[in-house]
Design a protein around this ligand. Structure first.
Ligand code: FAD
Length: 462
């Protein structure tokens, strides 16, 4: 199947960055072959395990990724954990170039006392749980309380708030997992506060996600007028997308609603609110059940400076909020998977110059591992294309030597076989895909995901 000549490249990680890197390489050079190694038996990274179940349109990128994976010069090998099953040095032996695009699988901690109490979850785990990430299957979040506090105001925080408050009838038609649906069906959460360190003009979420909250059936907003002091006056200086977002929040928080909206809000049984200028100081234990949380202590901040660069500084004032569920959504974090690869642990990225990993010839990076965990899929597309451009320049200039023959997947597959690792090919993933779609169709969902690696491997015929 392989052309024996031409550069052999492998990509580590089968998320958007991995697929866009492969797609662009294949398109740019008719002689290049690309192999994608992915830790899980299933592809697509956060498109499958991150993107909210009620955002099916975002997942359409899977169609393009599938085209790439089916290309005759591309191969997918799932169920291969690089750093464990294979070292990066072994991949470098076998390929002319290795692109690391394994994303950001770690979690930033809040670093406050009480963070490990029961009832406190990271958004990463919570999202993984409702999206069927095998490692989060046992999370079983306790949704028996009335108030939930989400720390962080990015789109992930807004996704979590929406899933917590969405009518279950809406979620039933999505690919959210059945166990998550059952827990949400029994949920007693009625009020969700989404807390941020800075003010409304610094919120990290975008207008689409905030609007979805504003329009969420059976909910009404609950904002504090004091959070919006001076915001109207600041509007005229804001760049356009931020201006639209701020106007939407101002309108929601401050304007008296029209009759229809008033009626809708009156009938709503669930409440959501953005809370600004607050940082977590301590997670408070329940006096009766000391291993559980019963609230959070927040420090009240003020801003120093203005615009995107404004800094939150403490005022010394504190505020306690009673709640039984706390979800921290303050960011994902890349991890080092192989000690031989340079890693900047302070910034939690691989140090690179336009995707060339510093002091590591032949090694490249793309996606969240390259930039840090920010930006949407389109941002990941652009930065993956930039990495490919760097690699092509290096091939053209001879900095990246592609003249010596390399064995590619042939030698890697032999290594994997020796180690008892069974890679899942793309056509084997397609068996999993069909099974999931079949199970979903039976209950009116686009798919019902397989929840364990064991079951995935079994359906793949491994
Ligand atoms: P990932 O998608 O994380 O892919 C990395 C892949 O590498 C994974 O498949 C992982 O299993 C694999 N991997 C990890 N370690 C190894 C290893 N050791 N060996 C082999 N493989 C490994 N963007 C939008 O445009 N719209 C949205 O609605 C949206 N919603 C989001 C919701 C959430 C909760 C999150 C977290 C992000 C969302 N994004 C959204 C952003 C989008 O998901 C990212 O921009 C994109 O997924 C980053 O791509 P990536 O390939 O760098 O990382």
């Amino acid at each position: 199947r392989y052309s024996s000549r031409g550069p052999k490249v492998c990509v580590v990680g089968g998320g958007p960055a991995g697929f866009y890197t492969a797609q662009h390489l294949i398109k740019a050079r008719p002689d290049v072959t690309v192999d994608i190694y992915e830790r899980l038996p299933v592809p697509f990274g956060l498109v499958r395990f991150g993107v909210a179940p009620d955002h099916p349109e975002v997942k359409n990128v899977i169609n393009a990724f599938t085209q790439t994976a089916r290309h005759e010069r591309c191969s997918f090998y799932g169920n291969v954990n690089v750093g464990k099953d294979l070292s990066v040095a072994e991949l470098q032996e076998a390929y002319h170039a290795v692109v690391l695009s394994y994303g950001a699988e770690g979690n930033r901690r809040m670093g406050v006392p009480g963070e490990d109490l029961a009832g406190v979850y990271s958004a990463k785990d919570f999202v993984g749980w409702y999206n069927g990430l095998p490692s989060c299957g046992e999370l079983g979040p306790d949704l028996s309380c009335e108030t939930a506090v989400i720390l962080g105001q990015g789109n992930v925080a807004l996704d979590v708030a929406r899933v917590l408050l969405s009518p279950v009838d809406l979620l039933k038609k999505t690919d959210i997992t059945q166990p998550a649906l059952e827990v949400l069906e029994e949920s007693r959460v009625r009020r969700v506060l989404i807390v941020g360190r800075r003010g409304p003009t610094q919120i990290a979420g975008t207008v689409k996600e905030v609007r979805e909250m504003v329009n969420l059936p059976n909910t009404r907003p609950d904002m504090l007028a004091s959070d919006f002091e001076g915001v109207k006056e600041a509007l005229k200086d804001l760049p356009r997308p931020r201006k639209r977002l701020t106007e939407l929040m101002l309108k929601t928080a401050m304007e008296t609603p029209g009759e229809k909206e008033h009626e809708r809000r009156e009938k709503a049984s669930r409440v959501w609110g953005l809370r600004f200028y607050r940082s977590p100081v301590e997670i408070l234990a329940d006096p009766e059940r000391s291993s559980r949380t019963a609230g959070i202590r927040l420090a009240v901040n003020k801003l120093e400076g203005s615009g995107e660069e404004a800094r939150a500084v403490l005022t010394g004032e504190m505020e306690d909020v009673s709640c039984g569920l706390i979800i921290s959504s303050i960011g994902y974090k890349s991890l080092s998977i192989d000690p031989s690869v340079p890693f900047d642990s302070h910034r939690a990225i691989v140090p690179n110059n336009m995707g060339r990993i510093r002091e590591a010839p032949g090694l490249y990076c793309s996606g969240w591992l390259k930039t840090g965990p920010t930006g949407v899929i389109a941002t990941t597309l652009n930065n993956s294309f930039d990495t490919v451009r760097s690699m092509l320049e290096d091939m053209d200039s001879g900095t990246l030597n592609t003249s010596a023959a390399k064995p590619g997947s042939q030698s890697i597959n032999a290594l994997l076989e020796n180690r008892g690792v069974k890679p899942v090919t793309f056509s084997e993933w397609e068996k999993i895909d069909s099974e999931e779609v079949r199970r979903g169709a039976a209950i009116g969902k686009p798919r019902e995901k397989l929840l364990t690696v064991e079951e995935m491997l079994q359906v793949a015929g491994k």
